[in-house]
Design a protein around this ligand. Structure first.
Ligand SMILES: Nc1ncnc2c1ncn2[C@@H]1O[C@H](COP(=O)(O)OP(=O)(O)OP(=O)(O)O)[C@@H](O)[C@H]1O
Ligand SMILES: [Mg+2]
Length: 275
C-alpha cells in the first residue's frame, strides 16, 4: 500500500555495502503525481502446476523517479515489467498507469495507453537491422497518430537526447552495442512517455558501456524522465536512487539509496514532511 506521507520519523539505517545509506520507503514523503500504482497485485501463470510469479505486490512510482527493480532469476522481474507496461494483466489486484485503471480498459484502449504513455527498452535492443537509425526511432511513433514528417523530426530530437543525432542515417549493424542501446532508448523516449521501463538494459553490454547507459538514464532523469530499470545486477541497482527488491514474487525491500555526497531525492526532512 502507499506509505503514509509526513516525515517526523525519518531515520536511516546502514545496509551492505557499507558506503550506502538506505532509507526505508515507509519513511518517505510523497509529493509528486503517481505515474504507476500497483495495489495488491498477484500474477499466477496457469501452467501445471500453476506458478505464483507475483504475490501481493504494492508499488507506486511517482513522476520524476529513477527506480531499480532488483531480484534473482525467476523472482518475477519480467512479470512485473509486463504488468507495469500493460503487456499483461494481473490475476488479481489493480494496476493504474497515470491514474487509468488498466482492469477497466479494453484491449484497444490499452494499446493506446501503451503507445502514448509507456516506453520500453530491452536487453536485446530489438532494432530493425535493415532500417536506418532514424527510422528505427521514428517507428516508436507508428501507433501514436503522428505524421511521417513529425515522426522523423521527433526521432532526430530523441537521437539528440542520447547523443546520436549524427548517426541518424547509419544502419544498426554499423553501431557499437552501447550505441544500439542508445538508439533503443531514443525509440523509447520519442513518444514522450510518462514512464520508461527498461528490462536488463545493460545485460548485453560490457561494464564500461553499461555504466555509460546508466549515466544516460541519470541525465534523462535529471531532465524529468521517469524510469524503471529491471536488473539482476546489484552494481547496476546501486547506481539508482530507489531500489525495489523482489524475491520469490514478493517485494522484500523498497527504499531510497544514496552514496555519500549524493543527494537523496524525495526523502522527508525530519519534522517537516517536506521534500
Ligand atoms: N508464461 C509463463 N508461464 C508459466 N510460468 C511462467 C511464465 N513466465 C514466467 N513464468 C515463471 O514465473 C516466474 C517469474 O518469471 P520472470 O520471468 O518474471 O522472472 P525474472 O525475475 O524476470 O527472471 P530472469 O532474471 O531469469 O529474467 C518464474 O518461476 C518463471 O518460470
Ligand atoms: Mg526476466
Amino acid at each position: 500500500m502507499r506509505p503514509a506521507s509526513g516525515g517526523d520519523t525519518t531515520e536511516t539505517v546502514q545496509m551492505e555495502p557499507a558506503t550506502e545509506t538506505v532509507t526505508p520507503l515507509s519513511h518517505r514523503s510523497y509529493g509528486s503525481r503517481p505515474v504507476l500504482e500497483l495495489e495488491d497485485v498477484s500474477k499466477t501463470y496457469p501452467s501445471v502446476p500453476p506458478v505464483h510469479a507475483l504475490i501481493d505486490v504494492n508499488l507506486r512510482v511517482d513522476e520524476g523517479e529513477l527506480v531499480g527493480v532488483l531480484g534473482p532469476s525467476g523472482s518475477g522481474k519480467t512479470t512485473l515489467l509486463h504488468l507495469m507496461g500493460t503487456l499483461d494483466r494481473p490475476t488479481s489486484g489493480s494496476v493504474r498507469v497515470t491514474g487509468l485503471p488498466i482492469e477497466r480498459l479494453g484491449d484497444r484502449h490499452l494499446s493506446a495507453v501503451r503507445a502514448t504513455r509507456i516506453g520500453f527498452v530491452f536487453q536485446q535492443f530489438f532494432l530493425a537491422e535493415h532500417e536506418r537509425v532514424i527510422d528505427n526511432v521514428a517507428d516508436g511513433l507508428l501507433y501514436a497518430g503522428v505524421s511521417q514528417t513529425s515522426r522523423r523530426l521527433r526521432a532526430m530530437e530523441a537521437l539528440g537526447r542520447v547523443g546520436l543525432a549524427h548517426r541518424g542515417s547509419a544502419r544498426p549493424t554499423e553501431l557499437s552495442g552501447g550505441e544500439r542501446q542508445r538508439v533503443g532508448i531514443a525509440r523509447a523516449l520519442v513518444g514522450r512517455p510518462a514512464i520508461v521501463l527498461a528490462d536488463e538494459p545493460t545485460g548485453n553490454l560490457d561494464q564500461g558501456t553499461g555504466q555509460a547507459i546508466l549515466d544516460l538514464f541519470a541525465e534523462l532523469n535529471d531532465e524529468g524522465a521517469t524510469i524503471v530499470v529491471i536488473t539482476h545486477d546489484r552494481s547496476v541497482a546501486a547506481r539508482l536512487p530507489r531500489r525495489v527488491e523482489l524475491l520469490d514474487g514478493r517485494i522484500v525491500f523498497d527504499g531510497l539509496v544514496a552514496r555519500p555526497g549524493v543527494a537523496r531525492p524525495g526523502v522527508a526532512r525530519p519534522g517537516t514532511g517536506e521534500i
